[in-house]
Design a protein around this ligand. Structure first.
Ligand code: C2E
Ligand code: MG
Ligand code: MG
Length: 700
């Protein structure tokens, strides 16, 4: 089908599918299952015979794009890659439903044909002359091949379609035995069944098989042959053959599409799990290994440089992984987002660790995308069935836990599954399902860490840092669950809770220590920033709690606001106009477009401790002459733009002294005070208001 026709068809079908769009939105947006959706979509596609593979994928794409346009701004609507993932799952189910429906249609057509042929034969017997013309018309014009064969296996008659399928003129076939006409290479099962029919072992058969025409052309035929009785004894055989080559091709293509990722061309999650189950179910599954990869920092590339760059990078990473792993007895799949999986069932000596190391080494060379050099690393969880068990879910959970440990221990590394560690760790998937209940059960709490003036050692603000006291796992750090909450959309509820809790605490300090002027910093996740209701929610929270807006500082991720895509500028302007201060957190770790910095209503940069370490001559961090210059350069750049600077991770007096000489404004870190419960901040502020409080840092 030409592009124009595909386009028209897609447009037409998309219009017809509008009534199911709301249900599709339910599935894709809220992840709500809808068992009959795929079937109903399949029915629409099948109507009017437009059910070609070329139509399904673009139709689903148009629908999903439409939904994304309509719902992107609705709170809780998941990220594009989640939408794409769920959409692909629906498309795969549509494909299956369609294949089912198409098979049913073929069967129905075949039965009708058979009935018509029989009726025609009977009619011919009874009123040969009168009905001859009618019979001939039906017989000749049938889209199915029809053959009438004697009980001795000799051709009596056949129609044009059958003659085309066989590659013989009908006159050549009449009087010849069927075995003489069957080309070698055709699947022999059809001949076996035919002989059984003639031998009286069966009355009929139906078969889908590959038939090779006289000229060598292969056909997939859906053939049914029955003995026809006019009296007690069978008189002849009637065979009906429908050409299902195109349907078969479509089925294969749909199967392929439902099991591959269109971006990278790699097998997808469905295929990965099918293959893994099959290997684990094999008689000797002892050597099945899994490597579970997640790219480090991919989110900041996606948020900062845009999804196009992110997509290109994923495709290149996939190519490189493929090249590294090809011919090593492995299956490489994209499991979603920036996650990849490798199954090894390979030759002895190829352990999953070996493969993981190869992959990590392979990724070390930077990627060149749009003339930009991008460096990525991956964290890998490695497990094999001897320690992780032969249950698919358990094995993947073990791989996921190991992957998380690799991330926690510094990224760009692999971690082997350690069965003893299992009790203390839990898969991200489990955390995701527990978040909502945890909020309801009051398991979250906020600690506050002072930001201290380097000029006079007074507490200027405190940063609200979220913690989760899990009933079984103990204290879960935010690095562990914030990303999970972002992935499943729970970050909106959680972020609102933190904002309210922090504003209430800050209002309390403000009421009791009005001269201290202590403000509160609240971290805002990327997902929250894209919530169109964020500004209204912030101003409402300020109004409810009575906290003056200028005491609230929102910490925004660098890549979310300073990326190549211009970011949510409007939301930032509304917030700034309301008097709220905006701060860039972890400045210098993302892919910033510094030109944007001057256009945004930002008042401060927070510099992570890595820059501090690099600036110290005696630090073990990689150190070149240029390193000492980065921190001073950032500080003076910020000051020249009228921005204040806070440096994080200040752990020693020497570091505090260095920051003082660099004229940084505020410092944060264990040297000035670790994150503590709100009550301890009370104590610090009380001490200051009764005596002339001077910071007496505890060595940290
Ligand atoms: P962040 O915003 O950069 O917070 C600073 C992190 O540095 C905190 O880690 C803090 O405990 C840690 N830290 C403080 N002083 C020192 C020090 O002297 N040395 C070292 N090495 N580390 C120090 P924490 O509490 O584990 O939080 C980690 C990250 O989780 C935060 O990084 C922030 O990005 C995120 N986070 C925390 N609370 C929230 C929240 O409520 N919402 C969102 N969206 N993110 C949050
Ligand atoms: Mg922060
Ligand atoms: Mg930070």
């Amino acid at each position: 089908m030409g592009y124009g026709r595909v386009h028209d068809t897609v447009a037409g079908i998309t219009a017809e599918l509008r009534p199911v769009a709301a249900r599709l939105a339910g599935v894709v947006g809220a992840g709500r299952p809808d068992d009959t959706l795929a079937h109903d979509v399949g029915e629409v596609l099948l109507r009017g015979g437009r059910a070609t593979a070329a139509v399904i994928a673009p139709t689903m794409q148009v629908l999903l794009d439409g939904l994304t346009d309509d719902f992107r701004d609705v709170p809780g609507w998941p990220r594009d890659d989640v939408v794409r993932g769920r959409g692909a799952a629906v498309a795969a189910r549509v494909a299956e439903a369609l294949t089912e429906a198409s098979r049913a249609h073929t069967l129905m057509a075949q039965e009708q044909m058979q009935r018509a042929a029989l009726a025609a034969v009977r009619a011919a017997e009874q009123e040969r002359h009168r009905s001859e013309a009618r019979f001939r018309a039906l017989f000749n014009q049938a889209a199915a091949g029809i053959g009438i064969i004697s009980m001795a296996g000799v051709v009596v008659d056949g129609n044009d379609t059958w003659s085309q399928q066989m590659g013989y003129a009908i006159e050549e076939m009449r009087g010849r035995a069927i075995p003489d006409l069957v080309t070698s290479g055709s699947e022999p099962i059809a001949m076996t069944r035919f002989n059984e029919l003639i031998g009286g072992e069966r009355d009929s058969f139906r078969l889908e098989f590959t038939h090779i025409r006289r000229d060598g052309q292969p056909y997939v035929l859906d053939l049914s042959v029955s003995r026809v009785h006019t009296g007690d004894e069978p008189d002849f055989l009637v065979g009906i053959a429908i050409d299902v080559t195109e349907r078969k091709r479509l089925e294969n293509q749909l199967w392929y599409e439902s099991r591959h990722d269109p971006l990278t061309g790699l097998p997808n999650r469905t295929m990965f799990f099918e293959q893994l189950s099959a290997m684990l179910d094999a008689p000797d599954p002892s050597s099945v290994g899994v490597c579970y990869f997640d790219l480090d920092g991919f989110k900041s590339i996606n948020d900062g440089l845009g999804h196009d760059v992110g997509d290109q990078l994923l495709a290149e990473v996939a190519d490189r992984l493929r090249a590294t792993l090809t011919a090593r007895g492995t299956l490489l799949a994209r499991l979603g987002g920036d996650e990849f999986g490798v199954i090894t069932h390979g030759p002895p000596g190829v352990t999953p660790q070996t493969l993981a190391r190869l992959v990590l080494a392979g990724l070390r060379t930077p990627f060149l995308i749009d003339d930009r050099e991008l460096t990525v690393s991956a964290s890998v969880g490695v497990v094999d069935s001897t320690t992780g068990g032969t249950d698919v879910q358990a094995l993947m959970r073990a791989a996921d836990i190991s992957l998380y440990q690799a991330k926690a221990r510094g990224r760009g590394r692999l971690e082997m599954h350690d069965p003893r560690a299992g009790a203390h760790h839990v898969a991200r998937h489990t955390l995701a399902t527990e978040l909502a209940a945890a909020l309801a059960r009051d398991e979250f709490f906020v600690e506050y860490q002072p930001l201290v003036s380097l000029a006079d050692n007074t507490i200027r603000r405190v940063e609200a840092l979220l913690r989760w006291r899990h009933p079984v796992l103990g204290l879960v750090p935010p690095d562990r669950f914030i990303a999970v909450a972002e992935e499943n959309g729970f970050i909106h509820s959680l972020g609102r809770w933190v904002l309210r809790t922090a504003c209430e605490a800050a209002k309390d300090w403000h009421a009791r220590f009005p001269t201290a002027g202590v403000g509160v910093n609240v971290n805002i996740a990327v997902g929250q920033l894209h919530d169109p209701e964020l500004p209204a929610h912030v101003t409402a929270t300020l109004a409810d709690t009575g906290l003056p807006p200028e005491l609230l500082y929102l910490e925004l991720t660098e890549s979310a606001v300073l990326g190549d895509t211009s970011g949510p500028v409007d939301a930032l302007s509304v917030l700034a106009a309301a008097g709220v201060r905006l701060v860039i957190d972890d400045f210098g770790t993302g892919y910033s477009n510094l030109a944007h910095l001057t256009q945004l209503p930002i008042s401060e940069l927070k510099i992570p401790s890595s820059f501090l370490a690099a600036a110290q001559a005696d630090s073990p961090a990689p150190h070149t002459p240029a390193h000492d210059k980065i921190l001073p350069a950032i500080v003076s750049l910020a000051h020249s733009m009228g921005l204040r600077v806070t440096v994080e991770g200040v752990e020693t007096a020497a570091q505090a002294e260095l920051l003082r000489t660099l004229c940084c404004d505020t410092g944060q870190g264990w040297y000035f005070g670790a994150p503590v419960p709100a009550a301890q901040i009370d104590t610090l502020l009380e001490a200051r208001s009764t005596s002339c409080w001077e910071q007496t840092p505890s060595a940290g």
